[in-house]
Design a binder for this molecule. Structure first.
Ligand SMILES: *[C@@H]1O[C@H](CO)[C@@H](O)[C@H](O)[C@H]1NC(C)=O
Length: 214
């Protein structure tokens, strides 16, 4: 490996080593590209208490989009990009507002997730790499751990809206939501059929709903 490559790799690792070894915190400077360990730090002299507070989880986001409408769900997240003080600290947080019958569609991410039910009753579950499902009805105050990378879901099974808070052990967990991912792309439909066993009508339907082409 030549010296330039080494310097490049060290530069990418810099935010991580700062955060864990030589500084107390590394509030993200979002004007620079993110590396494997996060963003470079803002000048500490410019920080105030406000940099360490995020009020974006007070209320539902009320964002209207296809996913939220189809699944009757609203989500808000404190991630490095929305709450830059999380940069380098290995965690994030979100709130999920479920309408009656609402669901978080089956999805996965790079890291573990703790679910805390704040209002209502949900069924939460995951499927492990042996294909074994683990799912359970959770009531207010219950928590459940979802191990990293496994497919998982949540459904409001109560008669009232449900509110759930989640924490994940990365400031950027990398959400991949299975059904919309299959629909919102330009992969040829033939390929999607081949690799999913979905039929042509189903592939066309998913592409139409989620804005895919081909
Ligand atoms: C979403 O709507 C609720 C109810 O009207 C409101 O209390 C809340 O502030 C709204 N959320 C945002 C982020 O504006």
């Amino acid at each position: 490996m030549d010296a330039l490559k080494v310097i490049f790799l060290l530069a990418l690792l810099a935010p991580f080593s700062y955060a864990t070894l030589v500084v107390d915190y590394c509030v993200a400077d979002l004007n620079h590209p993110v590396g494997p360990a996060g963003y470079p730090c803002k000048n500490p002299a410019s920080l105030t208490a406000d940099d360490f507070v995020f009020s974006g989880l007070r209320d539902p986001s009320n964002i209207t989009n296809t996913l939220n409408e189809l699944f009757n769900i609203d989500s808000s997240f404190a991630l490095d990009v929305t709450f830059p003080a999380l940069n380098g600290l290995g965690l994030s947080m979100g709130r999920l507002d479920f309408g009656v019958g609402g669901a978080v569609p089956i999805h996965s991410h790079r890291v573990s997730e703790l679910i805390l039910v704040s209002e209502g009753t949900i069924v939460a579950g995951f499927i492990d790499t042996n294909g074994t499902p683990f799912y359970k009805t959770l009531h207010k105050g219950d928590i459940m751990i979802i191990p990293p990378t496994l497919l998982h879901f949540q459904v409001n099974v109560g008669k009232i809206p449900a509110l759930v808070f989640v924490t994940l052990n990365s400031p950027n967990p990398g959400f991949e939501i299975t059904t919309p991912s299959l629909g919102a792309n330009d992969l040829p439909s033939e390929l999607v059929k081949k690799v999913t066993l979905l039929d042509a009508i189903q592939v066309k339907k998913l592409k139409k709903i989620f804005g895919g082409t081909n």
